[in-house]
Design a protein around this ligand. Structure first.
Ligand code: NAP
Length: 315
């Protein structure tokens, strides 16, 4: 068992920024960073599944997502952060010190920063694994720019799908919006925006059942859910916008969360309902979901925990 002043769960931009700040404050944070997998709760978070990042300030020529996260990690290590490359399996925040387990190993901490992120829901097609970041995307804000003049598609019928489809018409020559039903879930105003946009073509009652392309996406098979008829849509970009899921299963019944599983933080801070436990990044933000906003809230969590520890005479 080892004891730490600050224990950070998760290692995307939020967790690693919290690590950089708390390490520089001589709090020697331990980061339990997750274990390598193909999902966005792996070490480094969702940026490990993207290719080029062009909107992270400070990189005028862009930077690859994984390289950016390696840089974050090295910067945290430089100031004394240490890492456990496994997943947390259980927590007990009922008393202090807080207790965290990685299978049989127990860690204790005076304060906890939760930065376990969120995952984009995916279609569940086998080709998604190798095409993500190569034509297949879950973030129009991040990747739309790469599809100037291309024909692309968006899957989903909620506000996110409409927002992404509308945004993507700034770049794409045509956007096909593929929805599994014959009416949209999105709010009326968003629907009108999409339906009145001449660059958006609706494909109702349809699902994507296969993706094509070895290096990059070359097309998608679209299946009519009523007739079973299949057609090939020759798109170079496909944006999946069918919702997100925060990685909060560990904290069910422990930390206050919204109905959709996002952790609730006190407005303008990273305080959760448990004093000494802070949350930052996508695990508590379903609105902005950007690397830079996650990093910003990671900084807030570090400062909140540092000040809280000081107030407890522990810092
Ligand atoms: P959402 O509202 O849950 O919508 C998800 C959409 O994806 C639904 O249309 C759903 O179809 C479809 N879908 C789910 N699983 C699917 C699958 N396996 N295959 C094909 N389609 C699938 O999610 P969201 O659009 O990300 O929005 C989340 C929340 O954020 C909402 O409350 C939304 O209002 C809010 N939001 C607001 C704004 C804004 O106001 N500007 C922008 C973005 C998001 P069905 O309709 O058939 O269930």
């Amino acid at each position: 068992m080892s004891h730490h002043e600050v224990l950070i769960i998760g290692s995307g931009p939020a967790g690693l920024t919290a690590a950089i700040y708390t390490a520089r404050a001589s709090l020697a944070p331990l980061v339990i960073e997750g274990e390598p997998s193909s999902t966005s709760d792996q070490p480094g978070g969702q940026l490990m599944l993207t290719t080029e990042v062009e909107n992270f300030p400070g990189f005028p020529n862009g930077i690859m997502g994984p390289e950016l996260m390696i840089n974050f990690r090295e910067q945290a290590m430089r100031f004394g952060a240490t890492f456990v490359t496994e997943k947390v399996t259980a927590v007990d925040f009922s008393e202090r010190p807080f207790r965290v387990w990685v299978r049989g190993t127990e860690y204790t901490a005076d304060s906890i920063i939760v930065s376990t992120g969120a995952q984009s829901l995916m279609l569940g097609l086998p080709e998604e694994q190798h095409l993500l970041g190569h034509g297949l995307s879950t973030c129009a804000t991040c990747d739309g720019f790469f599809f100037r003049g291309h024909e692309i598609a968006v899957v989903g019928g909620g506000d996110s799908a409409i927002e992404e489809a509308s945004f993507l018409t700034k770049f794409a020559s045509k956007v096909t919006l593929i929805h599994r039903r014959d009416s949209l879930r999105a709010s009326k105003i968003m629907q009108e925006r999409a339906l009145n946009n001449p660059k958006i073509e609706m494909r109702w009652n349809s699902t994507v059942t296969a993706l094509h392309g070895t290096e990059t996406l070359t097309g998608a098979t679209v299946t009519d859910v009523n007739t079973g008829e299949e057609s090939l849509l020759p798109v170079t970009g496909l944006f999946v916008a069918i919702g997100h899921r925060p990685n909060t299963d560990l904290f069910a019944g422990v930390l206050d969360m919204e109905d959709n599983g996002y952790l609730i933080t006190k407005p303008g801070s990273t305080y959760t309902n448990i004093a000494g436990v802070f949350a930052c990044g996508d695990v508590q933000d379903h609105t902005y979901r950007q690397a830079i906003t996650a990093a910003g809230s990671g900084c807030m969590a570090a400062l909140d925990s540092e000040r809280w520890l000081e107030a407890q005479h522990l810092g």
